[in-house]
Design a protein around this ligand. Structure first.
Ligand code: ZN
Length: 414
């Protein structure tokens, strides 16, 4: 690594510490957004805060080059049982043995601030009188952790189109341990409501128990509808499981329940789509309704309403559409070569969890490359931490990827 990047460590740790201290749970990212806007202003970039609370900064180059999007999320998950943090306070970060400890040090304020530092290097390059062709767009979004991509949806559907920005490539900085993740298994939360007839529990034969009626469906789901999982050579295999069952009138009353609501987490891989996952259940409902005229059920996707810290509310589906980059895409191919040229050794990987790549690539077909030195194994856990030296390598990595995409000689940086 160039010493120039190593020397950024103290400032980076200070900024991360300040950001984490704002306790940026989902829908409470204002503190982090304010810090980023302040830093953009210091660089001489006009920061934009959109209605959802996302932050955008743009460096305009000359016409005729690509638009490069940098993206990360500002929110963090709750700390969990505080006792598991031991000597560490999740929201008062400290450095110990070269690591920074605190919530979001890996997932993923590290990525947001490494990209911001790399973005600043490009601004300094331009300020020195240099130019490049294209556009560099830094973004940090809200509300990723609830797994509905509210911030990313608003950014891609509203904010960037309004600014006339059509990205050619997106670098997402979720934790990848220095590897390159270029695809992701899909996930969708489905709800099946099974209906019966309410009756007194002392005479259950007078009602129709929704639980009783739900039994064949529960069995079918737990047995993958009696089929083999769908497999994909890169993204793995499909799976489903029940994560919640709710009945009503429920435990307070002596009633045969007339409603049983089953929550299903469905992981899927191409060529399957979310529509296919719903159709699979609908087909079973149709089959079962013929076999048992008393069987009544409906399936739908879970939809939640989320409200950003700005007060902006949106209805969002609980889903992460599957996506995979074309391995022959020049940005994807180059990303491996570029990181190798600066002495890094990225492996080709695929996410089994969810990211906003579902929106940038899954919905908007923008080649999306996930890269950072955040440690995937430390995400969402107690005593979350990152290696500060690795993070400086990440700043160098982001800078190299941006330079290569925009045709800037990395040796002219610094
Ligand atoms: Zn994350």
């Amino acid at each position: 690594m160039k010493k120039f990047f190593e020397d950024m460590a103290d400032e980076w740790v200070r900024m991360m510490t300040e950001a984490i201290s704002t306790k940026p749970y989902s829908e409470q990212e204002k503190g982090v957004a304010d810090i980023i806007l302040r830093e953009l202003e210091k660089m001489g970039v006009e920061g934009i805060r959109d209605d959802a609370g996302n932050v955008v900064g743009i460096i305009e180059g000359e016409e005729g080059g690509p638009t490069v999007l940098l993206d990360g999320h500002m929110d963090v998950v709750p700390e969990g049982n505080i006792d598991a943090w031991g000597e560490f306070d999740p929201f008062k970060p400290v450095v110990k043995d070269g690591r920074l400890y605190g919530r979001g040090t890996t997932d993923m304020l590290q990525g947001v601030f490494c990209q911001l530092f790399a973005f600043r290097e490009i601004k300094r390059y331009v300020d020195k009188g240099n130019s490049f062709k294209g556009k560099l767009v830094f973004t940090a979004v809200v509300n990723e952790e609830p797994a509905e991509s509210m911030g990313a949806i608003f950014l891609m559907d509203e904010t960037l189109p309004k600014l006339g920005i059509k990205p050619d490539v997106c670098y997402l900085s979720e934790p990848t341990c220095g590897n390159l993740y270029i695809g992701q298994r899909g996930k969708v939360e489905l709800v099946v409501d099974v209906f019966g007839k309410v009756a007194h529990s002392s005479a259950p034969w007078q009602g129709i128990s929704a639980v009783e009626k739900a039994r064949p469906l529960i069995d079918a789901i737990m047995n993958n509808f009696y089929k083999s999982p769908v497999t994909h050579e890169k993204l793995g295999f499909s799976a489903m499981t029940i994560t919640d069952i709710e009945v009503s009138p429920g435990r307070m009353y002596s009633c045969v329940p007339d409603h049983c609501s089953i929550t299903i987490y469905r992981r899927y891989v191409p060529p399957m789509t979310i529509k296919d996952t719903i159709k699979e259940i609908q087909d079973f409902i149709d089959y079962q309704s013929k076999a048992d005229p008393e069987f009544k059920a409906e399936v739908h996707q879970r939809i939640n309403t989320r409200t950003g810290y700005t007060g902006h509310a949106m209805e969002v589906k609980k889903q992460h559409p599957a996506w995979i980059d074309d391995p022959d895409n020049p940005y994807v191919k180059r990303s491996f070569e570029v990181l190798r040229s600066i002495g890094q050794d990225p492996e080709e990987c695929y996410f089994i969890g969810g990211t906003d790549g579902s929106i940038t690539c899954g919905v908007h077909n923008i080649p999306t490359i996930i890269y950072s030195f955040g440690d995937l194994n430390k995400s969402h856990k107690a005593q979350e931490s990152c290696c500060i030296a690795d993070e400086m390598m990440e700043i160098e990595g982001h800078t190299a990827l941006i330079c290569d995409s925009l045709g800037i000689d990395i040796n002219a940086i610094g």
